[in-house]
Design a protein around this ligand. Structure first.
Ligand code: GKR
Ligand code: MG
Length: 433
């Protein structure tokens, strides 16, 4: 099999004004859709982070991709992820801390996934089965709650629906959870924190616990916005609410900070596990995290860790060292959702429901045939459809490209959005509280 065509599509998708410790989401999130076409005319696809730099990275690899055999291509590109150092990385695209090798790992991931889709579609096998056989037919996701300003995102002329309205209080966060659970059937809940003083976020988790009870595991993720002391205090305050399958995600910055939080919590008999996609973003970080007991649950992401097969390796490593494994997400469409679902389907030791931003995106932005991928009972079904199980709808893709061409954004900058719309003096301070 030979790859005869590579197409790189930069698209923009409407994104509501969601808050995090990075700032505020812009009205458009940027994605890149990759198409690899074989000589037989079969097309493999994947979805990656967007903007100019990412598209340019794929273009720079064009000569190595076109003409290659998709069964072998990833072997020859392994150098892109070999430099697996525990540097100062971030999985949140385009925020301070991201280093150059991230761009390589992200490009490798998208190429690997598109190759697997191309192979799967050529031989009539789903990606999760291609990789040794699925370990589950349904992949659970959690309700991913965000503090949110009023407004639907996108451009005002599009007259989009603002499904969740303004959610800046514990009561409106509970309402948001209820709406999401009613619509998608999620069975666990994650709150993106690091936005308001910790007491307010603790109160939101308490109200969620009151509203949904202990059968809905809860997680809170302030993206390193708290000091070690504050993190420990939150751990104490939410000892009951985060028990069971709950967790505290990236409360404090760095492996050392996380390790200090863990030590203090354990000394007080609080066993709430610490999860991370900020302190652990590479295999080298996992080594450090195990040594220091800084992280008990790794949040993987096939878009960052080198694709689906690297997550299979990570799953084994986590199992070996007694770590849990969950999955991180960023704003995305259905191609990414299916890549995440197939990754989870082929990772035996994935022990928690995955994150997804998918409820925050609207059908009008979806690029796959048939529109939005269904989430039912909180899960995405892995069917027998070949490859990732989705194909591109040319008209939908054209709309995404048109939005990209006409929108003003070329990379993600949540801090700039925050200054533009909420507080002209805002700066990201880590830790803030
Ligand atoms: O979408 O603002 C966001 C999140 O904060 C995202 O960028 C994070 O990478 O979801 C992510 C996380 O779990 O840290
Ligand atoms: Mg996180």
């Amino acid at each position: 099999m030979r790859i005869t065509g590579l197409r790189v599509h930069s698209i923009a998708i409407g994104d509501p004004p969601l808050r995090s410790s990075y700032g505020l989401h812009a009205p458009f999130a940027l994605r890149t859709i990759l198409e690899l076409e074989s000589a037989a005319g079969v097309i493999g696809i994947s979805e990656a982070h967007g903007g100019e730099a990412n598209a340019a990275k794929f273009e720079s690899l064009r000569d190595r991709i076109v003409g290659a055999d998709p069964w072998q291509l990833c072997g020859s590109l392994l150098g892109l992820i070999e430099d697996d150092v525990a540097g100062d990385r971030s999985q949140t695209h385009r925020v301070p801390g991201e280093n150059v090798s991230d761009a390589d790992a992200r490009a490798f991931s998208a190429i690997e996934i598109a190759c697997l889709d191309l192979i799967g579609k050529s031989v009539g096998v789903p990606v999760c089965d291609l990789l040794g056989g699925r370990v589950r037919d349904e992949v659970p996701f959690s309700a991913y709650l965000f503090y949110k300003h009023a407004g639907p995102g996108g451009s005002p002329s599009e007259k989009r629906e603002d499904e969740y309205g303004e959610c800046l209080t514990p009561e409106t966060i509970v309402r948001q959870a209820r709406q999401m659970i009613d619509r998608y059937g999620f069975q666990s809940i994650k709150l993106k924190g690091g936005v308001f003083p910790p007491d307010e976020e603790v109160e939101a988790i308490r109200q969620l616990y009151k509203a949904f009870g202990p059968s809905y595991p809860l997680r809170i993720d302030p993206n390193s916005a708290w000091t070690v002391e504050t993190s420990v205090q939150v751990g104490r305050d939410l000892k009951t609410e985060l028990a069971g399958e709950g967790y505290l995600e990236d409360p404090a910055p760095g492996i050392d900070g996380m390790a200090a939080v863990r030590r203090q919590l354990l000394a007080e008999g609080i066993t709430t596990p610490l999860a991370s996609n900020v302190a652990t973003t590479s295999f080298a970080h996992v080594r450090e995290a195990v040594k220091t007991d800084a992280v008990q649950i790794v949040l993987c992401d096939p878009h960052y860790w080198g694709g689906v097969r690297q997550i299979q390796h990570l799953s084994k490593v986590c199992h070996t060292f007694g770590l849990g494994l969950s999955m991180h997400s960023n704003s995305h469409l259905g191609v990414s959702l299916m890549a995440m679902a197939h990754t989870a389907g082929a990772a035996p030791h994935l022990t928690y429901a995955c994150d997804t931003h998918y409820p925050w995106q609207a059908d009008e932005d979806e690029v796959v045939v048939g529109g939005r991928v269904p989430i039912v009972g909180g899960a995405v079904k892995l069917t027998d459809a070949p490859g990732l199980g989705v194909t591109l709808d040319p008209d939908r893709l054209a709309r995404g490209r048109e939005r990209y061409a006409t929108c003003e954004f070329r990379n993600r900058d949540d801090a700039a959005e925050m200054r533009k719309h909420v507080d002209p003096t805002w700066k990201r301070i880590v830790p803030r509280w």
